[in-house]
Design a protein around this ligand. Structure first.
Ligand code: SF4
Ligand code: SF4
Length: 288
């Protein structure tokens, strides 16, 4: 089971949900938390894992052999990311823009392009009191998040429950993080901003064909527009977390909801059961 946790924007409570869900399930299931928010991973702040291993993340970028190159321009033509330019007698490469797709080296008629590794980040793994923990971290100043996110996902557990904490937003890194999930939990807040970002997140998830549900965080602030939208779009609101001083206080101290307020454990277990019901029903209907 792969459950990704996403939100249209940062600061809606994704980490709070991911860490509490993992903690609530760890006594009854094999749980692996994959922090794919590689630009700013912070599940470790709450789970305090013992990191036992790490691995660098590389992408292959082109290296031009000027002696073989005829400046035909084919490589610049095929690069969808403008990471190669042929200017007069020179072929310039821009490794920070390169996605490592390999098209240029494959299509170079003179075989003048080889590939060299460029490190974009690191993945780390360990244990957080019974939760298998994996996180990716981008190198400071690095913009190319998808390779590190893919590496984090490669370390998923094929037997247990994988909870993927995705980057915020709706762009390439989020798509990389959530694609292939059985379910995507969208965390939002009941404000016009929350609704606007939720609408974009729902569009993304639907295009990927992933079932989704909503966690409404900081309920009590704002208006009913998110709930009205969910009702209209037939998206279940699976959990509501109220705006409470105690919850904010715990969060600011790096304490998870489940650890700080024990009554939340059952609520998060209930959240998982609802997700499982939806996923099972969907799988049954797909088999028919
Ligand atoms: S495709 Fe190959 S030969 Fe042509 S410009 Fe690029 S590197 Fe040079
Ligand atoms: S590997 Fe792909 S993205 Fe990188 S320069 Fe070549 S064509 Fe462009």
């Amino acid at each position: 089971m792969i459950i990704s946790i996403a939100s249209g924007k940062g600061g809606t409570g994704k980490t709070l949900v991911a860490t509490s869900l993992a903690l609530a399930l760890k006594d009854s299931h094999k749980v692996r938390l994959l922090d794919g928010d590689v630009e700013e991973p912070n599940d470790h702040v709450f789970l305090k894992p013992n990191i036992s291993g790490s691995q660098p993340v590389f992408i292959p970028v082109p290296k031009i052999d000027e002696a073989k190159c005829t400046r035909c321009g084919k490589c610049a033509e095929v690069c969808a990311y403008n990471a190669i330019a042929v200017l007069g007698e020179h072929v310039l490469t821009f490794p920070e823009l390169c996605h490592g797709c390999g098209a240029c080296s494959y299509l170079c008629p003179e075989k003048a392009i080889t590939e060299e590794n460029r490190q974009t980040g690191v993945v780390e793994w360990g244990d957080a009191e019974g939760i298998d923990f994996v996180q990716g971290r981008l190198t400071v100043g690095e913009a190319m998040a998808p390779p590190a996110i893919r590496k984090v996902k490669e370390l998923g557990d094929s037997d247990g429950i994988n909870i993927i904490d995705s980057p915020p937003g709706t762009s390439c890194p989020v798509v990389t993080a959530i694609e292939g999930s059985d379910f995507c939990l969208l965390v939002t807040e009941p404000t016009p901003f929350g609704l606007s970002d939720l609408v974009l997140a729902v569009e993304t998830v639907r295009q990927l064909g992933i079932a989704c549900g909503v966690v409404l965080n900081r309920a009590g602030v704002g208006d009913n527009s998110v709930e009205d939208y969910c009702r209209k779009e037939n998206i279940p609101v699976l959990l509501t977390i109220p705006l409470e001083t105690e919850i904010a206080r715990l969060y600011s101290k790096g304490i998870t909801l489940v650890e700080g307020m024990s009554e939340w454990k059952e609520r998060f277990v209930g959240l998982y059961e609802k997700i499982k019901e939806i996923v099972d029903a969907r799988n049954r209907s797909l088999k028919r």
